[in-house]
Write a protein that binds this ligand. Structure first.
Ligand SMILES: [Cu+2]
Length: 442
């Protein structure tokens, strides 16, 4: 056994320390670990899970059932976006598999029909129910909490490289560019150099600025830049180019460790506020830092508007006397043609001194709107209806991908990116507020 192998094994055991019963480390992710069960594809082909599907491959595996009304279609739609970004690498050096957990209903014919409806090009599989349960168990999808907190709950999907033994759980709500990058470059990076040329030549990626690309690959594991969430490892970076001095930002990004060591007061305050997790020094060049600042600036202008005096939180508070809540970053996810539901997201900010209760929502062009939360039931991500939503006094509630959302049901027409949806939020006080959301694809 060479030392590299041992190192990998050790890293894996650490990563998965919560995830598996004691097994011989060497066989954990090899042929002996995965049941080599027989599955049947949507074309009726018989395939062995280990030998035919994952051996020596980079794969994404998710579990679905075709009658699932909401989460599965959203997940499938998300994967089709990743498919579009990966282009013809899918099926050549990256493989997706969607395995049904309802084999009684989901015959190969039913799966084929489902696959066609979504324009999916990957393999859908059915098989013996007990075999599929054991696969899910082995892949760790039964484990509700592998110790990483909230982020690990919302997972039906796993991606990995069988040969190197590197496996990760993934949220289906993750940005498709980040997923494509992780699958296409990061997982492959263990055995071959980055294929950035290839990747950049995919049409959808050509428009991405250098700064955006850097941001998506180097920063999104710890930061968001959408104004919705401070609950990640680090702060949300929307507006950071407005709240910090330019020189400070440059110094920070080049050497956050030194700023902290030099007792910079902003650095110390942030370090304490973010659970004493230091931002790593990433050895960024001057050019990288400039590109990143340009990207964060552009993103801030795009979302908050060009107005230099605009600050986070005042977006639709233009008439604060009349509005019940301030709203930020409200949008509707573009659904695939024929999808039975859309999701709407927004951050609701209560600037008042009393709690507010959102009781119901009406949306133009949708028959019904429900407030939904996400929960993991039997290892599958499920949505649950929430009767009313409380926005605490001087507090905020974020509806965002992977978490709480407005489920827009019974669509009367298809909506594409750029379209608008008018909504009315009805509060328990009897007051209501209208707002307009635009449709985007992510
Ligand atoms: Cu929902």
């Amino acid at each position: 056994m060479d030392s590299k192998y041992n190192f990998l094994t050790a890293a894996l055991v650490l990563l998965l320390a919560f995830a598996a019963e004691p097994t011989l480390a060497e066989s954990r992710w090899g042929a002996k670990y995965f049941p080599n069960v027989e599955l049947t594809s949507h074309t009726g082909e018989k395939l062995r899970f280990f030998d035919d599907l994952i051996k020596d491959k980079v794969v994404v595996i998710n579990f679905i059932y075709t009658t699932c009304p909401d989460v599965c279609p959203m997940e499938t739609a998300q994967l089709t976006r990743v498919q579009r970004i990966l282009g013809d690498r899918l099926g050549h050096d990256v493989f997706f598999y969607s395995i049904t957990i309802d084999p009684d209903h989901d015959t190969p014919e039913v799966l084929k029909d489902y696959r066609d409806r979504f324009g999916a090009k990957w393999t859908f599989l059915t098989g013996d129910e007990q075999d599929i349960i054991s696969l899910r168990r082995k892949l760790g999808l039964y484990i509700e909490d592998i110790g990483g907190g909230e982020n690990n709950h919302n997972v039906n999907m796993i991606m990995g490289n069988q040969k190197t033994g590197r496996w990760m759980k993934r949220s289906p709500f993750e940005n498709p560019y980040v997923m494509a990058d992780q699958i296409g470059n990061w997982l492959h990076g263990w055995k071959m150099p980055q294929e950035l040329k290839d990747y950049a030549s995919v049409p959808e990626l050509r428009n991405m600025s250098a700064g955006e690309k850097l941001f998506r690959t180097r920063c999104t594991s710890c930061h968001t830049i959408d104004g919705t969430s401070d609950s990640e490892i680090g702060p949300d970076l929307l507006g950071v180019t407005r709240r910090r001095d330019r020189t400070w930002l440059i110094n920070w990004m080049r050497a956050p460790d030194e700023m902290l060591a030099n007792q910079d007061s902003i650095a110390i305050e942030m370090y304490n506020r973010f659970n004493q997790i230091p931002m790593p020094n990433m050895d960024l060049s001057q050019v990288d830092v400039k590109d990143l600042i340009n990207y964060m600036q552009a993103e801030t202008d795009r979302v908050l508007g060009d107005d230099a005096t605009a600050t986070a939180g005042n977006l639709s508070a233009a008439a604060p006397d009349e509005d019940v809540v301030a709203t930020m970053n409200a949008w509707v996810r573009e659904a695939l043609p024929g999808a039975p539901v859309n999701a709407g997201y927004m951050t609701l900010i209560n600037l008042g001194r009393e709690d507010l209760k959102l009781e119901s929502v009406d949306a133009e062009n949708f028959g019904k709107v429900e407030i939904h939360n996400m929960a993991t039931v039997d290892g599958m991500m499920k949505m649950q209806r929430v009767a009313e939503l409380t926005i605490p006094a001087s507090g905020k509630v974020s509806l965002k991908p992977g978490g709480m959302h407005l489920m827009l049901m019974q669509p009367e027409q298809e909506l594409a990116s750029g379209d608008q949806v008018r909504m009315k939020l009805n509060f328990s006080s009897g007051r209501s507020q209208t707002l307009t959301l635009s449709v985007r694809d992510q």
